[in-house]
Write a protein of this length. Sequence first.
Length: 482
Amino acid sequence: MATQLATNYADLALFIGGEWLSPEGRTTSPVINPATEEVIGQVPHASTADLDRALRAAEQGFRTWRAVFPDERGRILKRAAELLREHKEAIARIATVESGKVIHETRIEVMMSANIFEWYAEEGRRAYGRVLPQRTPGTRMTIVKEPVGPVAAFAPWNFPLGNPARKIGAALGAGCSVILKPAEETPASGLAVAKCLVDAGLPPNALAIVYGVPAEISTHLLASPIIRAISFTGSIPVGKHLAKLAADGMKRTTMELGGHAPVVVFDDVDLERVLDLSAVAKFRNAGQVCVSPTRYYVQEKIYNRFVDGFAERAKGWPVGNGLEEKNKMGPLVHARRLAAIEGFIADAKQQGARVAAGGRRLASPGYFYAPTVLSDVPNSARVMNEEPFGPVAVINPFSDFDAVIEQANRLPYGLAAFAFTNSSHTLKLVGERLEAGMVGLNTYQISIPESPFGGVKESGHGSEEGIEGLEACLVTKFISEA
Ligand code: NAD
């Protein structure tokens, strides 16, 4: 189907019990290309009966899949990684057409998804337990790691391939079955990832892909005793809501929620280099990235030059349809995001912020918003408090180390934080003081398959990828033999 999907976008389906279930006879919702505003497909919604079928399949699939030895599970995940790479171009185009993200980034995302499958393929073989020293001769005390059980996973649209790959990879690598609800905005990407796994030989019931009204699906799945763990990526309010539902069944949770990453730039840096890195990091996926740098705190001496340099880059940033190679930024994913960004900017302006670049919607059709730079933004502005999730860099000056750390840590978010300085002493201090699950020092690179990805404070708990990602899908059992 991966190849087929590339030429026939409208071929959307649910995947339950090893069957691709068509939209026929089901409620559907339109999928829109955000670069053109054209309806490109109809995504089928799972009925209650479909969800119950997915739950039964997951229960059965768990029994089948946990009995497959980790070595063989790994072989299937590795084969799926190969298929992803083989179909890189077709899958990248699907992701670009439905998410708006530029093709250069979706190609990277296909490769990243393949790397994630390979990581879990290997890591699943290392779900080690331990043996305790005896207290009495003839006894044995062992600790083993077992798969937690069927997992319900919810993946958003901003990494339409990478988010599903992370969630499916962790569950399957640990020996769990998984029901995944990718975002309704980007359904074909999730299906393309699933298709690679099916073609790689995954047993039919180990994975289900469902779509529908998100709140209805999560309520139904989380109420079932079959589901033993939840993995969610999305906003903090939805994460809190799902955590409450999970508490009723005492289900394990991995919550990768929003961020509002501070970036502290000291005046001893190579300014042009930091600006070049910052523009790429900020405008990646039009800023719709949970670890996107959002609040820049720049030391006074270089503040004006930093604002001007960022604005200059923003004004020249090539924006347009993500399928065109020349473009470095596509549209926002849907009309709601566009309205949200317009609201943030209007509020900031009203509160006295200066618009150094952008600050307006670009010509339609398409949900395009200009790369935007705001300076001198008061803490009372909404954009200083709520995750903007758009192509907006907010820049404010600082003079004092302790004061800037206080500002950086001011919000309840704690996902990513960054700092740039040529002083190794300052770097060490700032790294220790920033409150975040991931800290980039002189770099924006904070995500590779072997590193844990997750937040602290209200940005969530638990990690994806790294050894921690597998651990989230495992439970600990102590066996005492006499
Ligand atoms: P939204 O809250 O409608 O949707 C965000 C994601 O959560 C979607 O994938 C959606 O399907 C899912 N979702 C929403 N309600 C759900 C529920 N009750 N049960 C299960 N899943 C549910 O918002 P949106 O307009 O699409 O995005 C807005 C905000 O979401 C952003 O400002 C950002 O804070 C957050 N977001 C975060 C990430 C991330 O990587 N952490 C990704 C996408 C969106």
